[in-house]
Design a protein around this ligand. Structure first.
Ligand code: FE2
Length: 461
Protein backbone atom coordinates (compact mmCIF):
# COMPACT_ATOMS: atom_id res chain seq x y z
CA UNK A 1 0.00 0.00 0.00
CA UNK A 2 1.28 3.51 -0.69
CA UNK A 3 2.39 5.40 2.37
CA UNK A 4 1.41 9.05 2.35
CA UNK A 5 3.86 11.34 4.02
CA UNK A 6 3.48 12.11 7.68
CA UNK A 7 -0.18 12.88 7.53
CA UNK A 8 -3.60 11.32 7.90
CA UNK A 9 -7.24 12.29 7.81
CA UNK A 10 -8.38 13.97 11.00
CA UNK A 11 -11.65 15.31 12.33
CA UNK A 12 -11.66 18.33 10.10
CA UNK A 13 -9.44 17.41 7.20
CA UNK A 14 -5.87 16.51 6.55
CA UNK A 15 -3.65 16.59 9.59
CA UNK A 16 0.02 17.18 8.90
CA UNK A 17 2.62 16.02 11.32
CA UNK A 18 4.81 18.46 13.20
CA UNK A 19 7.71 16.05 13.78
CA UNK A 20 10.06 18.26 15.74
CA UNK A 21 10.58 18.71 19.44
CA UNK A 22 10.88 22.32 20.44
CA UNK A 23 11.67 24.73 23.25
CA UNK A 24 10.62 28.35 23.03
CA UNK A 25 11.91 30.38 25.95
CA UNK A 26 9.92 33.54 26.68
CA UNK A 27 7.25 33.30 24.02
CA UNK A 28 5.97 36.54 22.51
CA UNK A 29 3.06 37.75 24.63
CA UNK A 30 0.55 40.40 23.56
CA UNK A 31 -1.82 41.96 26.07
CA UNK A 32 -1.55 41.38 29.82
CA UNK A 33 -1.07 37.98 31.37
CA UNK A 34 -3.25 37.73 34.47
CA UNK A 35 -1.07 37.48 37.57
CA UNK A 36 -3.34 34.73 38.92
CA UNK A 37 -2.50 32.45 35.99
CA UNK A 38 0.51 30.57 37.30
CA UNK A 39 1.27 27.00 36.40
CA UNK A 40 1.56 24.61 33.48
CA UNK A 41 -0.89 23.96 30.68
CA UNK A 42 -0.22 20.43 29.39
CA UNK A 43 -1.69 19.10 26.14
CA UNK A 44 -1.19 15.93 24.16
CA UNK A 45 -2.17 14.99 20.64
CA UNK A 46 -1.31 12.74 17.71
CA UNK A 47 1.72 13.43 15.54
CA UNK A 48 2.96 10.66 13.24
CA UNK A 49 6.72 10.33 13.59
CA UNK A 50 6.79 7.95 10.59
CA UNK A 51 4.46 7.67 7.59
CA UNK A 52 1.34 5.64 8.05
CA UNK A 53 -0.79 3.52 5.74
CA UNK A 54 -3.31 4.94 3.32
CA UNK A 55 -6.73 5.31 4.89
CA UNK A 56 -5.36 5.44 8.43
CA UNK A 57 -6.74 8.03 10.83
CA UNK A 58 -4.95 10.83 12.66
CA UNK A 59 -5.98 9.28 15.99
CA UNK A 60 -3.27 6.69 15.31
CA UNK A 61 -0.53 9.34 15.54
CA UNK A 62 2.32 9.20 18.06
CA UNK A 63 1.69 11.15 21.26
CA UNK A 64 3.24 14.62 21.31
CA UNK A 65 3.11 16.22 24.76
CA UNK A 66 3.44 19.98 25.04
CA UNK A 67 3.43 22.47 27.87
CA UNK A 68 2.97 26.22 28.22
CA UNK A 69 4.55 27.19 31.52
CA UNK A 70 3.33 30.45 33.04
CA UNK A 71 6.02 31.59 35.44
CA UNK A 72 7.39 34.90 36.75
CA UNK A 73 5.39 36.95 34.25
CA UNK A 74 6.53 35.00 31.19
CA UNK A 75 5.56 31.90 29.25
CA UNK A 76 7.89 29.10 28.12
CA UNK A 77 6.87 26.39 25.66
CA UNK A 78 8.18 22.87 25.25
CA UNK A 79 7.04 19.81 23.31
CA UNK A 80 8.37 16.27 23.32
CA UNK A 81 7.27 12.99 21.82
CA UNK A 82 5.97 10.47 24.31
CA UNK A 83 8.57 7.75 23.95
CA UNK A 84 6.25 4.78 23.76
CA UNK A 85 7.44 1.25 23.10
CA UNK A 86 6.17 1.46 19.51
CA UNK A 87 7.95 4.75 18.82
CA UNK A 88 11.20 3.35 20.24
CA UNK A 89 10.96 0.34 17.90
CA UNK A 90 10.23 2.53 14.87
CA UNK A 91 13.09 4.87 15.69
CA UNK A 92 15.43 1.91 15.98
CA UNK A 93 14.28 0.62 12.58
CA UNK A 94 14.19 4.19 11.15
CA UNK A 95 10.89 3.42 9.43
CA UNK A 96 7.24 2.61 10.00
CA UNK A 97 6.62 -0.78 11.60
CA UNK A 98 3.07 -0.42 12.87
CA UNK A 99 0.04 -0.28 10.61
CA UNK A 100 -3.47 1.02 11.01
CA UNK A 101 -5.27 2.18 14.13
CA UNK A 102 -5.68 -0.81 16.47
CA UNK A 103 -5.07 -3.33 13.71
CA UNK A 104 -2.11 -5.57 14.47
CA UNK A 105 -2.78 -7.48 11.24
CA UNK A 106 -1.38 -4.53 9.30
CA UNK A 107 1.91 -4.46 11.24
CA UNK A 108 5.35 -5.69 10.23
CA UNK A 109 5.98 -9.20 11.55
CA UNK A 110 8.89 -8.10 13.73
CA UNK A 111 6.47 -6.19 15.98
CA UNK A 112 4.78 -9.34 17.32
CA UNK A 113 4.37 -9.22 21.06
CA UNK A 114 5.11 -5.50 21.40
CA UNK A 115 2.78 -2.86 22.85
CA UNK A 116 1.45 -1.80 19.44
CA UNK A 117 -1.66 0.17 20.42
CA UNK A 118 -0.32 2.60 23.01
CA UNK A 119 0.44 5.86 21.22
CA UNK A 120 -0.22 7.84 24.48
CA UNK A 121 -1.82 10.59 22.41
CA UNK A 122 -5.23 11.46 23.88
CA UNK A 123 -5.23 13.27 27.23
CA UNK A 124 -2.59 14.98 29.35
CA UNK A 125 -3.98 14.21 32.79
CA UNK A 126 -2.65 15.07 36.24
CA UNK A 127 -3.43 13.13 39.40
CA UNK A 128 -1.71 12.65 42.78
CA UNK A 129 1.11 14.95 41.67
CA UNK A 130 1.90 12.87 38.58
CA UNK A 131 1.37 13.61 34.91
CA UNK A 132 0.07 10.98 32.49
CA UNK A 133 -0.51 10.66 28.76
CA UNK A 134 -3.70 8.63 28.46
CA UNK A 135 -4.97 6.45 25.68
CA UNK A 136 -8.19 4.40 25.95
CA UNK A 137 -6.77 1.09 24.72
CA UNK A 138 -3.76 1.03 27.04
CA UNK A 139 -2.25 1.86 30.41
CA UNK A 140 -1.40 5.49 31.18
CA UNK A 141 2.13 6.60 30.31
CA UNK A 142 3.80 8.64 33.04
CA UNK A 143 5.59 11.82 31.99
CA UNK A 144 7.96 13.98 34.03
CA UNK A 145 6.02 17.25 34.34
CA UNK A 146 9.21 19.34 34.53
CA UNK A 147 11.11 17.90 31.56
CA UNK A 148 8.36 16.05 29.61
CA UNK A 149 10.65 13.01 29.67
CA UNK A 150 8.74 9.73 29.35
CA UNK A 151 8.97 7.67 32.54
CA UNK A 152 7.07 4.53 31.43
CA UNK A 153 3.63 2.96 31.66
CA UNK A 154 1.72 2.99 34.96
CA UNK A 155 -0.93 0.52 36.10
CA UNK A 156 -1.56 1.26 39.76
CA UNK A 157 1.55 -0.57 40.93
CA UNK A 158 0.63 -3.67 38.85
CA UNK A 159 -2.66 -4.03 40.70
CA UNK A 160 -4.93 -3.39 37.74
CA UNK A 161 -6.39 -6.53 36.13
CA UNK A 162 -7.65 -4.52 33.12
CA UNK A 163 -5.30 -3.80 30.25
CA UNK A 164 -7.05 -0.51 29.45
CA UNK A 165 -8.06 2.73 31.17
CA UNK A 166 -10.20 5.43 29.60
CA UNK A 167 -8.56 8.59 28.30
CA UNK A 168 -11.45 10.52 29.88
CA UNK A 169 -11.31 9.87 33.62
CA UNK A 170 -13.35 11.97 36.02
CA UNK A 171 -11.92 13.33 39.26
CA UNK A 172 -14.38 13.86 42.08
CA UNK A 173 -13.55 17.36 43.36
CA UNK A 174 -14.48 16.43 46.95
CA UNK A 175 -12.80 13.04 47.35
CA UNK A 176 -9.99 13.46 44.81
CA UNK A 177 -10.85 9.98 43.47
CA UNK A 178 -9.89 9.12 39.88
CA UNK A 179 -12.90 7.37 38.34
CA UNK A 180 -12.11 5.43 35.23
CA UNK A 181 -13.33 2.63 33.01
CA UNK A 182 -11.53 0.07 30.92
CA UNK A 183 -13.22 -0.56 27.59
CA UNK A 184 -12.26 -3.91 26.00
CA UNK A 185 -10.39 -4.41 29.24
CA UNK A 186 -8.90 -7.78 28.21
CA UNK A 187 -8.60 -6.97 24.49
CA UNK A 188 -11.11 -9.69 23.58
CA UNK A 189 -13.28 -7.00 21.91
CA UNK A 190 -16.53 -8.57 23.06
CA UNK A 191 -17.74 -5.68 25.23
CA UNK A 192 -15.79 -6.59 28.38
CA UNK A 193 -15.58 -3.40 30.43
CA UNK A 194 -14.33 -2.53 33.90
CA UNK A 195 -15.13 0.23 36.36
CA UNK A 196 -11.99 1.42 38.15
CA UNK A 197 -11.59 3.79 41.08
CA UNK A 198 -8.23 5.10 42.28
CA UNK A 199 -7.99 7.10 45.48
CA UNK A 200 -6.41 10.55 45.82
CA UNK A 201 -3.03 8.94 46.54
CA UNK A 202 -2.99 6.72 43.45
CA UNK A 203 -4.12 3.47 45.12
CA UNK A 204 -6.61 1.24 43.28
CA UNK A 205 -9.69 0.88 45.52
CA UNK A 206 -12.23 -0.67 43.14
CA UNK A 207 -12.19 -2.71 39.95
CA UNK A 208 -15.37 -4.45 38.78
CA UNK A 209 -16.19 -6.00 35.43
CA UNK A 210 -19.31 -6.10 33.26
CA UNK A 211 -20.31 -6.75 29.66
CA UNK A 212 -21.71 -3.90 27.57
CA UNK A 213 -24.76 -4.75 25.40
CA UNK A 214 -22.58 -4.80 22.28
CA UNK A 215 -18.88 -4.23 21.55
CA UNK A 216 -19.26 -0.51 20.80
CA UNK A 217 -17.03 2.53 21.10
CA UNK A 218 -17.10 4.23 24.49
CA UNK A 219 -14.75 7.19 24.37
CA UNK A 220 -15.89 9.04 27.48
CA UNK A 221 -17.99 8.35 30.55
CA UNK A 222 -19.46 10.35 33.44
CA UNK A 223 -19.97 10.39 37.17
CA UNK A 224 -22.40 12.30 39.32
CA UNK A 225 -22.31 12.35 43.11
CA UNK A 226 -24.88 9.52 43.05
CA UNK A 227 -24.45 7.70 39.72
CA UNK A 228 -21.99 6.42 37.12
CA UNK A 229 -22.90 6.63 33.41
CA UNK A 230 -21.42 4.44 30.66
CA UNK A 231 -22.24 5.61 27.10
CA UNK A 232 -21.83 2.83 24.47
CA UNK A 233 -22.02 4.03 20.87
CA UNK A 234 -22.91 2.02 17.75
CA UNK A 235 -19.47 1.86 16.19
CA UNK A 236 -18.63 -1.75 16.70
CA UNK A 237 -15.61 -4.01 16.48
CA UNK A 238 -15.75 -7.02 14.17
CA UNK A 239 -12.53 -9.02 14.34
CA UNK A 240 -13.26 -10.65 10.94
CA UNK A 241 -13.02 -7.18 9.37
CA UNK A 242 -9.95 -6.30 11.42
CA UNK A 243 -8.16 -9.53 10.40
CA UNK A 244 -8.73 -8.63 6.75
CA UNK A 245 -6.92 -5.33 7.33
CA UNK A 246 -10.11 -3.28 7.76
CA UNK A 247 -10.92 -0.55 10.22
CA UNK A 248 -11.14 -1.33 13.92
CA UNK A 249 -14.54 0.35 14.27
CA UNK A 250 -17.46 0.65 11.84
CA UNK A 251 -20.74 2.51 12.30
CA UNK A 252 -23.79 0.25 12.49
CA UNK A 253 -26.91 2.34 11.77
CA UNK A 254 -29.15 -0.52 12.91
CA UNK A 255 -27.93 -0.22 16.49
CA UNK A 256 -29.03 2.49 18.92
CA UNK A 257 -26.66 4.22 21.34
CA UNK A 258 -27.09 2.81 24.84
CA UNK A 259 -26.36 4.46 28.18
CA UNK A 260 -25.74 2.37 31.28
CA UNK A 261 -26.46 3.99 34.65
CA UNK A 262 -25.58 2.51 38.05
CA UNK A 263 -25.69 3.84 41.59
CA UNK A 264 -22.23 5.17 42.40
CA UNK A 265 -22.06 3.42 45.75
CA UNK A 266 -23.43 0.19 44.24
CA UNK A 267 -22.18 -2.50 41.93
CA UNK A 268 -21.93 -2.94 38.16
CA UNK A 269 -24.59 -5.68 38.52
CA UNK A 270 -27.04 -2.78 39.08
CA UNK A 271 -26.37 -1.09 35.70
CA UNK A 272 -29.60 -0.24 33.86
CA UNK A 273 -29.26 0.17 30.12
CA UNK A 274 -31.21 2.86 28.25
CA UNK A 275 -31.49 2.75 24.46
CA UNK A 276 -31.50 6.29 23.08
CA UNK A 277 -31.83 6.29 19.28
CA UNK A 278 -30.40 9.40 17.64
CA UNK A 279 -28.18 10.38 20.61
CA UNK A 280 -24.64 9.64 19.57
CA UNK A 281 -21.84 11.25 21.58
CA UNK A 282 -18.08 11.25 21.96
CA UNK A 283 -17.39 13.61 24.88
CA UNK A 284 -18.98 14.60 28.17
CA UNK A 285 -19.27 18.20 29.40
CA UNK A 286 -20.54 17.22 32.86
CA UNK A 287 -23.30 15.26 34.58
CA UNK A 288 -25.28 15.49 37.81
CA UNK A 289 -28.18 13.82 39.60
CA UNK A 290 -31.31 15.19 41.24
CA UNK A 291 -32.83 12.25 43.07
CA UNK A 292 -34.02 9.78 40.44
CA UNK A 293 -33.24 12.24 37.62
CA UNK A 294 -29.80 12.06 35.97
CA UNK A 295 -28.58 14.79 33.61
CA UNK A 296 -25.75 14.20 31.15
CA UNK A 297 -24.52 17.16 29.07
CA UNK A 298 -22.64 16.34 25.89
CA UNK A 299 -22.31 17.22 22.20
CA UNK A 300 -24.97 14.96 20.67
CA UNK A 301 -25.28 14.02 16.99
CA UNK A 302 -28.07 12.09 15.33
CA UNK A 303 -25.65 9.96 13.30
CA UNK A 304 -22.00 9.00 13.13
CA UNK A 305 -19.88 11.73 14.71
CA UNK A 306 -16.75 9.52 14.58
CA UNK A 307 -16.42 10.31 10.90
CA UNK A 308 -12.96 8.83 10.55
CA UNK A 309 -14.77 5.47 10.54
CA UNK A 310 -17.06 4.25 7.75
CA UNK A 311 -20.25 2.28 8.18
CA UNK A 312 -20.38 -1.51 8.35
CA UNK A 313 -20.94 -1.66 4.57
CA UNK A 314 -17.74 0.29 3.97
CA UNK A 315 -19.45 3.55 2.99
CA UNK A 316 -18.68 7.02 4.28
CA UNK A 317 -21.40 8.28 6.58
CA UNK A 318 -23.51 11.42 6.17
CA UNK A 319 -21.45 14.37 7.47
CA UNK A 320 -24.57 16.39 8.32
CA UNK A 321 -25.79 13.71 10.72
CA UNK A 322 -22.44 13.66 12.46
CA UNK A 323 -22.49 17.34 13.47
CA UNK A 324 -22.98 17.54 17.22
CA UNK A 325 -24.96 20.08 19.23
CA UNK A 326 -24.37 20.60 22.94
CA UNK A 327 -27.40 18.93 24.52
CA UNK A 328 -28.77 17.78 27.85
CA UNK A 329 -29.80 14.13 28.06
CA UNK A 330 -32.11 13.57 31.03
CA UNK A 331 -32.78 10.07 32.34
CA UNK A 332 -35.74 9.46 34.64
CA UNK A 333 -34.76 6.38 36.60
CA UNK A 334 -38.32 5.90 37.87
CA UNK A 335 -40.27 6.11 34.60
CA UNK A 336 -37.43 4.93 32.36
CA UNK A 337 -37.98 7.91 30.06
CA UNK A 338 -35.14 9.80 28.41
CA UNK A 339 -35.34 13.32 26.96
CA UNK A 340 -32.86 15.26 24.79
CA UNK A 341 -32.77 19.04 25.01
CA UNK A 342 -30.33 20.83 22.69
CA UNK A 343 -28.70 24.05 23.89
CA UNK A 344 -30.01 26.37 21.12
CA UNK A 345 -27.36 27.27 18.57
CA UNK A 346 -24.49 25.48 20.25
CA UNK A 347 -22.99 23.32 17.55
CA UNK A 348 -19.56 22.23 18.67
CA UNK A 349 -17.29 19.74 20.38
CA UNK A 350 -14.47 19.38 22.92
CA UNK A 351 -16.61 20.35 25.91
CA UNK A 352 -15.20 21.17 29.35
CA UNK A 353 -16.53 22.69 32.55
CA UNK A 354 -15.18 24.29 35.71
CA UNK A 355 -13.98 20.96 37.06
CA UNK A 356 -14.40 21.98 40.68
CA UNK A 357 -18.05 21.23 39.79
CA UNK A 358 -17.55 17.84 38.14
CA UNK A 359 -20.42 15.49 39.05
CA UNK A 360 -22.45 18.33 40.60
CA UNK A 361 -25.15 20.71 39.50
CA UNK A 362 -23.24 23.40 37.61
CA UNK A 363 -23.80 26.46 35.51
CA UNK A 364 -21.05 27.02 32.93
CA UNK A 365 -19.67 24.84 30.16
CA UNK A 366 -17.11 25.63 27.47
CA UNK A 367 -16.61 24.19 23.99
CA UNK A 368 -15.08 24.86 20.59
CA UNK A 369 -17.19 25.72 17.58
CA UNK A 370 -16.50 26.25 13.90
CA UNK A 371 -15.32 29.84 14.22
CA UNK A 372 -15.49 30.42 17.94
CA UNK A 373 -14.82 29.42 21.50
CA UNK A 374 -18.12 29.31 23.36
CA UNK A 375 -19.34 29.46 26.96
CA UNK A 376 -22.83 28.11 27.65
CA UNK A 377 -24.77 29.18 30.73
CA UNK A 378 -27.20 26.40 31.66
CA UNK A 379 -28.93 28.67 34.18
CA UNK A 380 -29.75 31.63 31.92
CA UNK A 381 -29.61 29.83 28.57
CA UNK A 382 -27.12 32.42 27.26
CA UNK A 383 -24.17 31.69 25.00
CA UNK A 384 -21.08 33.89 25.12
CA UNK A 385 -18.90 33.69 22.05
CA UNK A 386 -15.26 34.56 21.40
CA UNK A 387 -15.26 34.82 17.61
CA UNK A 388 -12.33 33.51 15.56
CA UNK A 389 -13.31 34.35 12.00
CA UNK A 390 -9.73 33.94 10.75
CA UNK A 391 -9.34 30.39 11.99
CA UNK A 392 -12.28 28.16 11.08
CA UNK A 393 -12.04 24.97 13.16
CA UNK A 394 -8.66 26.29 14.26
CA UNK A 395 -9.55 26.37 17.94
CA UNK A 396 -8.61 23.36 19.97
CA UNK A 397 -10.03 22.28 23.33
CA UNK A 398 -10.79 25.20 25.69
CA UNK A 399 -9.69 24.55 29.27
CA UNK A 400 -11.00 26.51 32.26
CA UNK A 401 -8.64 27.69 35.03
CA UNK A 402 -10.19 29.17 38.20
CA UNK A 403 -8.91 32.58 39.30
CA UNK A 404 -8.35 31.15 42.78
CA UNK A 405 -9.15 27.78 44.38
CA UNK A 406 -12.19 29.29 46.13
CA UNK A 407 -13.35 31.65 43.35
CA UNK A 408 -17.06 31.35 42.41
CA UNK A 409 -17.91 28.96 39.57
CA UNK A 410 -16.74 30.23 36.19
CA UNK A 411 -14.57 33.06 37.59
CA UNK A 412 -11.21 32.63 35.99
CA UNK A 413 -9.71 32.07 32.58
CA UNK A 414 -10.12 29.94 29.51
CA UNK A 415 -6.93 28.90 27.73
CA UNK A 416 -7.30 27.69 24.17
CA UNK A 417 -4.79 27.06 21.42
CA UNK A 418 -5.72 28.37 17.99
CA UNK A 419 -3.97 27.42 14.76
CA UNK A 420 -3.65 30.10 12.11
CA UNK A 421 -2.76 27.82 9.24
CA UNK A 422 -2.55 30.52 6.57
CA UNK A 423 0.28 32.16 8.51
CA UNK A 424 1.82 28.90 9.72
CA UNK A 425 1.69 29.91 13.35
CA UNK A 426 -0.34 29.30 16.48
CA UNK A 427 -1.63 31.38 19.36
CA UNK A 428 -2.58 30.40 22.85
CA UNK A 429 -5.49 32.65 23.79
CA UNK A 430 -6.09 33.58 27.40
CA UNK A 431 -9.69 34.69 27.88
CA UNK A 432 -11.46 36.09 30.91
CA UNK A 433 -14.13 33.39 31.30
CA UNK A 434 -16.72 35.98 32.34
CA UNK A 435 -15.97 38.27 29.37
CA UNK A 436 -15.20 35.88 26.57
CA UNK A 437 -16.93 38.06 23.99
CA UNK A 438 -14.35 40.80 24.64
CA UNK A 439 -11.60 38.64 23.11
CA UNK A 440 -8.35 37.53 24.71
CA UNK A 441 -6.77 39.40 27.61
CA UNK A 442 -3.45 37.94 26.48
CA UNK A 443 -2.17 36.09 23.43
CA UNK A 444 0.91 33.86 23.53
CA UNK A 445 2.39 33.49 20.07
CA UNK A 446 4.26 30.49 18.71
CA UNK A 447 6.30 30.93 15.53
CA UNK A 448 4.96 27.67 14.04
CA UNK A 449 1.71 25.81 13.58
CA UNK A 450 0.69 23.16 16.06
CA UNK A 451 -0.56 19.66 15.40
CA UNK A 452 -4.10 19.21 16.65
CA UNK A 453 -3.88 18.12 20.27
CA UNK A 454 -6.85 16.37 21.81
CA UNK A 455 -7.10 17.03 25.54
CA UNK A 456 -5.13 18.67 28.30
CA UNK A 457 -5.09 20.09 31.80
CA UNK A 458 -3.86 23.17 33.60
CA UNK A 459 -1.88 22.44 36.76
CA UNK A 460 -1.70 25.57 38.91
CA UNK A 461 1.39 26.33 41.01
FE1 FE2 B 1 -11.51 12.62 23.60
Amino acid sequence: MPEPLHQAMGFYGLVRSFRFEADVRDCEVYGHLPKELRGSYFRVGPDRAYPTLEGDTSINGDGMMSVFRFEDGGVDYRCRYVETERLRHERQARRRLYGKYRNEYTDDEQTTGTDRDNTANTHAFSHHGRLFALREDSFPTEIDPKTLQTLGTWNCGNRLKSKTMTAHPKVDPDTGEWWSCGVFAHKRYEGETTLQVIDRNGKLILEEEFMSPYPGISHDFAITKEHVIFPIMPLTVDMRRVKQGGDFYAYDPDLAPVYGIMPRGGSVSQIRWFKVPGALMAHVMNAYSEGHIVHLDAPIASGNSFRMFRDVSGHETDPAMGIPTISRLTFDLKSGEVSIKPFPGSIGEMPRCDERFTAKRYRYGFHKAREAIVRVDWQSGDRTVCALPHAPWGAQEPVFVPRAPDAPEGEGFVVCLVNIESENRAELLVLDAMKMDKGPVATVRLPFNQPGAFHGCFVSN
